[in-house]
Ligand binder design. Sequence first.
Ligand code: BGC
Length: 764
Amino acid sequence: MNAWSDGFFLRHLSWRVGGIAAVVALACGSMACRPARASAVDDSTAPKWMDTAQSPDQRAKLVIDQLTLDEKIQLVHGVGWDVLMKGGHGAGIADYNFGAGYVPGSKRLGIPAINLADSAVGIALGAIQSRYSTLLPSVLGLASSWDPEAAERYGALIGLELREQGFNMSIGGGINLAREPRDGRTFEFSGEDPLLAGATVGNVIKGVQSQNVMGDIKHYALNDQETGRMGPGGTAGFNAVIDRRAAHESDLLAFQIAIGIGHPSGVMCSYNRVNGVDACESPWLLTQVLKKEFRFKGWVMSDWGGTHSTVAAALAGLDMEMPGDKYFGSALKHAVQAGKVPMSRLDDMDYRVLRSMFAAGVIDHPVVPRAVVNPFAGRRSAERIAEKSMVLLRNEGGVLPLNASGVRSIAVIGSHADVGVLSGGGSAQVDPPGGNVTTPKPGRPGWNEVVYFPSAALEYIRQHATHAHIAFNAGTDVVAAVALARKSQIAIVFVNQPMREGMDRPSLGLPGNQDALVSAVAAENPHTVVVLETGGPVTMPWVDKVQGIVEAWYPGIGGAQALANLLFGNADFSGRLAITFPRTDSQLPHPQIAGLTPAMYGTETGASPLSHKPFKEFDVDYNVAGARVGYKWFESKNLTPLFPFGYGLSYTSYAFSGLKVAADGSAARVTVKNTGLRAGTEVAEVYARLPKASGEDYQRLVGFDRVALAAGESKTVTIPLNDLCLSIWSTQKHVMERVRGTYTIMAGSSSSSTPLKATFVVAR
Ligand code: BGC
């Protein structure tokens, strides 16, 4: 069995947790004392490539001229599994920082090592160094804020903490489109729409790199489910089958938009195959599309253990094997010496790595880890972003906001709301300060653990409703929960859907007895509000029986506070769904997860990721939906979802008017009025229907803006329309281009509410 097949790294690292403190104290001690290298521009004796007046391209080329063959090879692979297992230091590597990957630098040439950390929602593996980082809301939550500025702040916070902890590269940036909303990593990704996902992740990368830390985007491409993530022998488990045009107008488009905004240093290619070729070995994906068509200037690294060849992968466009050296170590050296991989290709790999290091500033501003990192420093930012991310899905009879001084009694039920908030698992798992709050013990939680962070809704609800009687029931005993709900004025039921890498959810249903719990409570208490802590969409058989529904996602370390602010109306709900909530699994393009058989599935939350290993590689037919991912699928099949993409309520109300579109389709103008009695922020969503000649019959998001409005205020906003989203992929010319004809532009508050229409014409 391949060591990388099932979550490998984190699982293998966790054995070290018990004894790690002593090793770490030494390591941090020495690293914290290391002074920052003075910027080379101040030093006239410094080599030419340290001259910051030269471009990153020039500087990279100057370094390459100095590199020996061994040094060139060293830069294009990690140090190897054995070395990481010894914690680096045991293997004599003093500057390995206990992240998921490490590439040695060159002391001789003043090039620092690359220390990479998983950091999708905060920095992972922190407990190994007794360091904690801010747990931010899930990426899907962030996407649901429709707020590129918040995304940039999110990235900047991650970048800052990475830098303070001694890492100079983030491997977050998950952007796999939610073709399969039961994907165990849905929480790490940014929803189902290429524009919203691209704007979200692109801005996260921008934020990370603003801290002179390299950013990454992953998993390229079409790695949209975990079932079959690895096959027998550690090679691809599933083969994504998709028409090239459909890929360009969906998953690849999300990458294209994000890369155009964030210019990440790295792209991580994925474990799966695409149209029969390993994603990390595909000349079409890596060279033709990514490097030529998208003009990506950084380097492609394999997902961990995702390199399966030397010559084929190198020639296809893979630039770095991670985390080891099986194929890109001595095997690559021999291939270069034998002329099977041209030296110019190896130089290009090195150039891409070095150029990115110069461009991101990791060479001019080397990281200097701080000895002490405050685990709560980012809490305020996390709370603000969480407030923007939560979505009010239902508010019958105005049950919300709760009246802090008027409410007499509240039953808080379920999901450990007395102690914490749920977080997402796998390589994105951030270690909670003090350990998992539901089973406190020091160190890292295990790979299979469902981890709660110390942010207790019960406490913050109590702080708001100081006069009310507030009691908690765990929700495990439905009869007891119902008894409490019956004697309370309001019942708030917290439900959860744990998710993690390596394992999909078998269905959209809430796990365990939670549907029964909600129905039973709602039957006894007419003022029941459900709070969802889910990684993605869930079905709600009780939807019409409860008065209020709030989607809180995995809300991060400030989550409970943000939720309480919203529940009591100290803040308004401005989040809008970045993903469609289906009514049933049968509405999805694949009613059952492709390749998932009951025999492969273990228990609901505790199964080994190995249980998702397919018995043999299988195809996933993405042509079923093609480019029609999410709301586009629902529209083209005439299906009514439970809650549509872009949907979300507010405590106030809005009206849209006066839509106009520029003659060249570059922008739309629309007036948004707050017609209610309170301030609020509406998201103006602009969709387009392309001319008939496009062959596409569904609407697509082409622009959006958050509009903050005082009560009664109206604003006219100009919203740029994304040219790529108004285009189709030309199979002849291999470019995105507009077709001739009439484009209908629509504006409104969700994908299913676009009352305004305007048109523009492309004549030639
Ligand atoms: C995951 C990546 C992650 C890497 C390193 C892989 O299994 O798919 O997302 O960055 O491990 O932890």
